[in-house]
Design a protein around this ligand. Structure first.
Ligand SMILES: [Zn+2]
Length: 159
């Protein structure tokens, strides 16, 4: 399988608001194949998550890998956030060599479509909530370095 190249900062397309995926497109073989390559790219590059703009396609699709459970989410939307904040160390495949502390909501609710176009709602807390906030930021042209409080050492954690 040919993998995608990772787009790195400061490429302008990383700063664009990505567009929704059309429901009718989700189940097409071409789009399913795209999600497979996006997933494989994340795994080979050792990412915990990846967002479509990171491979140069400005559409609202992300892949998340939490405890080896890998799922694709289409048109994800954060519908609820906790006041409680969690501080975590983040890094990003699109920002090589930079790691730092970012404040995120400790709990969030996400609405999205699965890779089969089914509507789902997820209640997430702690690290999974951090990963989704990081990936959904990518869909809005936001990078973690915009929110970073201070740099840390290499955690090897690429979200
Ligand atoms: Zn990232």
């Amino acid at each position: 399988m040919k993998l995608f190249e990772i787009v790195t900062n400061p490429t302008p397309s990383l700063r664009v608001r990505s567009t929704d995926v059309d429901l009718a497109e989700i189940t097409t073989p071409a789009f399913q194949a795209y999600l497979d390559v996006l997933t494989e790219t994340m795994l080979v590059k050792d990412g915990v998550g990846i967002a479509s703009p990171q491979v140069g396609r400005n559409i609202r699709a992300i892949v998340v890998n939490i405890d080896n459970k890998i799922d694709c989410y289409i048109n994800p939307e954060i519908t609820k956030v906790s006041e409680a904040i969690i501080e975590g160390e983040e890094g990003c495949l699109s920002v090589p060599g930079v790691y730092g502390l970012v404040d995120r909501h400790k709990r969030i609710t996400v609405r999205a479509l699965t890779r089969h176009g089914r509507r789902i709602e997820l209640d997430l807390r702690n690290f999974p909530a951090v990963v989704f906030q990081h990936e959904i930021d990518h869909l809005n042209g936001v990078l973690f370095i915009d929110k970073m409080k201070r740099k840390t050492g290499d955690s090897g954690k690429h979200i």
